[in-house]
Design a binder for this molecule. Structure first.
Ligand SMILES: Nc1ncnc2c1ncn2[C@@H]1O[C@H](COP(=O)(O)OP(=O)(O)OP(=O)(O)O)[C@@H](O)[C@H]1O
Ligand SMILES: [Mg+2]
Length: 496
């Protein structure tokens, strides 16, 4: 019989208005990759934060290799050999990669100075194992989402933990990076490290997991070896019903050109990109991470400076210098990094939803906010998008990752923009809710809105787009019509 590395017994955790964990029992064998799946808000991250000492359970026990332990804080978890890679990055943006690695315990030289050389060597060595290039001296704020995620992963690995918890580690990674990560996971497994792996991506679960546990509404409802299970079965356990996994059909009329980009350049990032976006259209953007899709989108949204070329809206040349101007031109952008740019984390669910278009709720000379209307709007979106929150007055910070993403979507829906840029909108969203987002996109274009859709998941990009533009290192490499879509065709252009 294999040894049990970890047992959590009858763990209960309540937040005001939410029973996040209800008598959860969870057992993980030594040296296995144990996946946890469940809908947004099911309690996956909370369970892992209890294990990592971020939260204290209201009741319940934790055993490591059969011995009961008390995990009062993160340091204690580290001492016990538990390391958590957080769902939302937990790095200090103003510090370098190396400083983040050694946070709290900077290595010293014999004479008591910080040993930068040693730090850099360590970081370089871990990253070369991961086959990933990052300068140890780079300040975290300058890193892309993928880089930051890799830094988190590398940091956890460097701590030689016995149990490594990865909470949606692949959400910002490309296929190649995911492959690298999986080979690292397999190496760690050979060394006897136990991995707990949370993901909304079924293919990943089937590739890497030995065992899967399904969590629903704060309860652990099933644990089983992965062999013999099907994806449909797992999804059904997760949501308690069967889920349609086809892309919904769309009936939208594609109309005139609403936005045209001519030879758009952004210094050192984007080179002479041309494209047009039509009314009622979903225009997909494919490419590897670093292809410049986000940077192009930011330029249109007034977040990045246009260094050459022109942008036309409804045939008229415009100059959009900041996001306020973009919003005035009826452009909205759902950003890739919700924590940094999409959400006011310390504001309520309600305020976050109405913020981009407060004027819609104002009345009178002094622009009073119609509080009743504000509440109705927020209630409506919470219901429509099934945002899991005890109340619309809850602070956004306290919501689960996927539910935070839904708030950002609600915000742009309410803003009523005509042109919507969706940058990885389904990142971190559970399988059932992804479908709701596809339906919303269809609904928007059928009402005559236009969507720029950036996604690293080819199936959804091909399933939802009318046309796809493929980018590589800041250049446009091709444009495909629906009948020309194929993953091979897109990948070939994306790497050329
Ligand atoms: N600090 C907190 N304060 C209040 N409520 C919280 C807090 N942290 C989590 N919750 C609530 O607990 C529930 C479980 O959240 P959790 O983050 O564990 O979900 P999850 O399964 O990780 O979801 P996701 O897939 O979206 O990441 C949610 O309803 C969430 O809003
Ligand atoms: Mg989570």
């Amino acid at each position: 019989m294999s040894e049990i590395a970890l047992e959590m017994r009858n763990i209960t955790k309540t937040f005001p208005g939410v029973k996040a964990l209800n008598q959860v029992c969870f057992q993980v064998k030594k040296g296995e990759v144990h996946a946890i799946v469940g809908e947004n808000g099911a309690g996956k991250s909370t369970l892992m934060k209890v294990l990592n000492g971020v939260y204290q359970a209201d009741s319940g026990q934790i055993f490591l290799e059969g011995k009961e332990v008390k995990i009062e804080n993160i340091n204690k978890a580290q001492e016990l050999g538990i390391s958590l890679i957080f769902q939302e990055t937990n790095l200090i943006p103003q510090l370098s990669v190396a400083e983040n690695f050694f946070l709290g315990k900077l290595p010293k030289t014999k004479v008591g100075l910080v040993n930068w050389k040693y730090m850099e060597e360590q970081v370089t060595s871990i990253f070369s194992q991961l086959n990933y290039k990052i300068k140890p001296k780079e300040v975290v704020v300058n890193l892309s989402a993928a880089d930051k995620q890799m830094v988190e992963i590398a940091r956890a690995i460097s701590r030689n933990a016995k149990i490594i918890i990865m909470d949606e580690p692949t959400s910002s990674l490309t296929d190649v990076e995911v492959e690298n990560l999986f080979s690292i996971i397999n190496d760690l497994k050979k060394k006897g490290t136990t991995i707990i792996f949370i993901s909304h991506k079924m293919e990943e679960i089937f590739t890497i997991a030995d065992t899967v546990s399904i969590q629903r509404d704060g309860e652990m409802i099933h644990t089983a070896p992965i062999t013999g299970l099907t994806s449909d079965q797992i999804v059904e356990w997760m949501v308690g019903r069967s889920v349609d996994t086809e892309f919904p059909a769309r009936e939208s009329k594609i109309g005139e050109v609403v936005l045209e980009a001519k030879k758009v350049c952004r210094k050192n990032l984007i080179y002479d990109v041309d494209f047009s976006l039509h009314k009622g259209e979903v225009l997909g953007f494919a490419g590897l991470v670093g292809a410049g899709r986000t940077e192009l989108a930011e330029t249109i949204f007034g977040e990045g400076k246009l260094s050459g070329g022109e942008i036309y809206l409804h045939g008229k040349k415009v100059s959009i210098k900041n996001t306020t101007q973009a919003i005035r031109h009826s452009i909205g952008m759902l950003t890739e990094e919700r924590k940094e740019t999409g959400l006011a984390l310390d504001a309520s669910v309600k305020s976050n939803i109405v913020i981009a278009k407060l004027s819609k709720l104002c009345f009178g000379k002094n622009l009073f906010i119609n509080r009743k209307a504000e509440k109705e709007v927020a209630d409506q979106y919470v219901k429509e998008l099934k945002i899991k929150t005890p109340s619309i007055n809850q602070t956004a910070y306290n919501l689960s990752g996927g539910n935070q993403q839904k708030i950002v979507i609600a915000k742009w829906l309410f803003s009523d923009a005509d042109i919507l840029i969706f940058d990885e909108p389904t990142r971190g969203i559970d399988v059932g809710a992804k479908h709701e987002i596809y339906n919303i996109m269809n609904d928007l274009v059928s009402k005559g809105k236009s969507i720029i859709f950036i996604s690293s998941e080819l199936p959804e990009l091909m399933g939802m787009s009318d046309r796809i533009i493929v980018m590589h290192e800041g250049h446009k490499k091709g444009e495909l019509l629906r009948e020309e879509f194929s993953s091979e065709g897109i990948m070939k252009l994306a790497v050329s």
